[in-house]
Design a protein around this ligand. Structure first.
Ligand code: SF4
Length: 221
């Protein structure tokens, strides 16, 4: 029996960028992508943000310029929920992150139920280049509705650390089915490809310098 299908936002977007690269890195695991200094710095900074929001631990000097933004979120009255591991089964019900029925996984960097409201704030720290769209945060908000069905309003925030900018979107609970409707065909396509064992190479900006699949005909093109 094959492994049950489980997806996350990062898995889905990795597959969509190039199914072949995704297969070698995440399924066959026969290639390994080394992380670069910028990625390592982002990972470390992420941990410092987490410590700031979980334990109110001061940021190190090179990250202190983010304090104002983090304090703003931290001080909003309400119940803060840092680093939440979310997992849903195929019926959109919460389950354990590694349970046998898990279908979709996600991690929320910081969430807060605003005091005296039915509103949830969901924040995601970004350490890369600014990107358009709100797909990922919308998915996190949709997943959170399964945990907190009593909430009716959702605000999603990306904090782009390099640019020190916030981008924001809002959703009402009535719009959550639209989020799932956007994701389900994408996820269905990924699942079908995995079941069929079809992972075509898809040329993209990584081919030239940043893909570890050296045997691909498009590598370094
Ligand atoms: S070289 Fe390009 S097309 Fe080939 S696997 Fe890597 S990312 Fe995909």
């Amino acid at each position: 029996m094959g492994k049950p299908f489980v997806w996350s936002y990062s898995n889905l977007t990795s597959f969509e960028l190039c199914p072949k690269k995704h297969y070698h890195e995440k399924i066959a695991k026969d290639v390994f992508q080394k992380t670069n200094d910028i990625q390592n710095y982002g990972k470390e900074a992420h941990k410092h943000f987490e410590n700031r929001m979980v334990k109110n631990k001061p940021l190190p000097m090179d990250l202190q310029h983010h304090e104002k933004t983090l304090a703003l979120l931290y001080n909003i009255p309400g119940k803060g929920l840092p680093e939440q591991k979310l997992a849903l089964n195929g019926s959109f019900e919460p389950t354990g992150f590694f349970d046998s029925d898990v279908w979709c996984r996600g991690i929320v960097d910081y969430a807060k139920v605003k005091e005296g409201t039915n509103e949830l704030l969901v924040a995601d720290w970004k350490f890369g280049r600014m990107q358009p769209g709100f797909d990922q945060i919308e998915l996190m908000m949709a997943m959170m509705t399964s945990y907190m069905p009593e909430l009716t309003e959702y605000t999603g925030i990306y904090y782009w650390a390099k640019d020190k900018k916030i981008t924001k979107t809002t959703l009402s609970v009535k719009e959550i089915p639209d989020v799932w409707s956007k994701f389900l065909p994408r996820v269905g396509h990924m699942e079908d490809s995995i079941v069929a064992g079809e992972f075509p190479a898809k040329r993209n900006f990584l081919c030239r310098k940043h893909c570890p699949v050296t045997k691909c005909p498009f590598h370094a093109e």
